[in-house]
Structure formats: structure tokens, C-alpha cells
Design a protein around this ligand. Structure first.
Ligand SMILES: [Zn+2]
Ligand SMILES: [Zn+2]
Length: 194
């Protein structure tokens, strides 16, 4: 459970990854488990860099179906053991990371591609400093953590494969559509008339 594992997986150091790492370690300590067999499930309420730390550290991944997204744009992470209602809800405190105007202005420039090399360097330095601060902050200053009860999310299901009558590619049965009386995949269903 080393931060470098998460950095390697994600490709860079950033505040989002640091937040995800702290969340992942908290959850791992609580459940004392790396999810090898889909046991530990994470429900993330955002799609940010933080998710990659959760995948790398907790082994909760999109592919295995034990990482579930709710696109609420919130740094809230709920963990549970499959089949158990007792969950751990970890929520980033809104005032945990004070807004840094200078940093935000640099970030905007870097994103827009208008930062000069000096500004880009300054941005990277403060980006990493913030990331480092998150790694070192006491947990209780970063997060609200509480135990909650939730309905266990459904296990990733396996479906038969159907063959699209238009493109000939296979797809999961419940995602089939009917077009002109024939079974097709969603892209073929949505394609403009040929
Ligand atoms: Zn990142
Ligand atoms: Zn098709």
C-alpha cells in the first residue's frame, strides 16, 4: 500500500490522486483486505484522478465490477463487503483544502495552453506541494468518516452474447435493440440511416 503504486498506475502526482490514496488506505485499514475476489466494493461519487488510487490500492476496478460510479461530482467514497449492509462512508470535508487563488490561476493557464515554461514549472511545483500536504494531513482534518447501512449493489452479471445483425459484432444481450425487426447493437441502432 505504497503511494508510488498509485502514482505508477495513474501516471502523475496530483492532489486528486493523493485524496484517493488517503481514502483507499483508510478503507483498507477498516476492512483489512485487498479485494481479490470482488469482495470489497467501492462506490465513488465522482470520476476524478482519485479513482485511480482506489483501483491501484484497493483492487476495486471498473473491469471487475466492484468499483461503481455515481456521477455526482462529490469526493464521497462508500465501501462495503459484498453481501454486507455495513458500509464505510468517507467524505472529503469541504474546507479541508483551502482554495489557492494563485495556484488556480496557474492551473487555468496550463489547461488553456497559455502558460510559459516558468509558469508551467511553478504550477507543477505547487501542484506537487498540495499533493504532498494531502498525504501528510491528519485524517480527521481531511475526511468525515462514518459507518452507514446501504443495500448491497448487485454483483456484475454475466450475459449471453448476441451478434448484431448489422455490424456483425458481439454485444451483451440486455443491451440489444431492435431496428426494422432485426436485433442490433446500440451504435448500429443509433447510427443515422444508411
Ligand atoms: Zn491526476
Ligand atoms: Zn452493430
Amino acid at each position: 500500500m505504497d503511494f508510488n503504486t498509485a502514482v505508477q498506475f495513474h501516471g502523475h502526482i496530483c492532489p486528486g490522486l493523493s485524496i484517493g490514496y488517503r481514502v483507499a488506505v483508510l478503507a483498507a485499514d477498516h476492512f483489512k483486505d485487498r479485494s481479490k475476489d470482488e469482495e470489497l466494493v467501492a462506490i465513488a461519487e465522482n470520476r476524478s484522478c482519485a479513482i485511480d488510487a482506489i483501483q491501484a490500492i484497493n483492487g476495486c476496478t471498473c473491469g471487475k465490477g466492484n468499483l461503481i460510479f455515481k456521477d455526482y461530482g462529490k469526493h464521497v467514497y462508500t465501501y462495503l463487503k459484498r453481501g454486507d449492509k455495513k458500509a464505510l462512508r468517507i467524505s472529503l470535508k469541504p474546507d479541508a483544502l483551502p482554495q489557492d487563488e494563485k495556484h488556480n490561476a496557474l492551473f487555468a493557464k496550463v489547461r488553456a495552453g497559455t502558460a510559459n515554461p516558468d509558469e508551467a514549472k511553478k504550477f507543477r511545483a505547487s501542484h506537487e506541494a498540495i499533493s504532498q500536504r494531502i498525504l501528510e494531513m491528519p485524517g480527521e482534518e481531511l475526511f468525515w468518516v462514518r459507518e452507514v447501512e446501504i443495500e448491497s449493489p448487485e454483483k456484475a452479471r454475466i450475459y449471453p452474447t448476441l451478434i448484431c445483425s448489422k455490424c456483425g459484432e458481439g454485444f451483451m444481450e440486455p443491451l440489444g435493440r431492435v431496428r426494422n425487426g432485426k436485433i442490433v447493437c446500440i451504435p448500429c441502432f443509433e447510427a443515422k440511416n444508411e
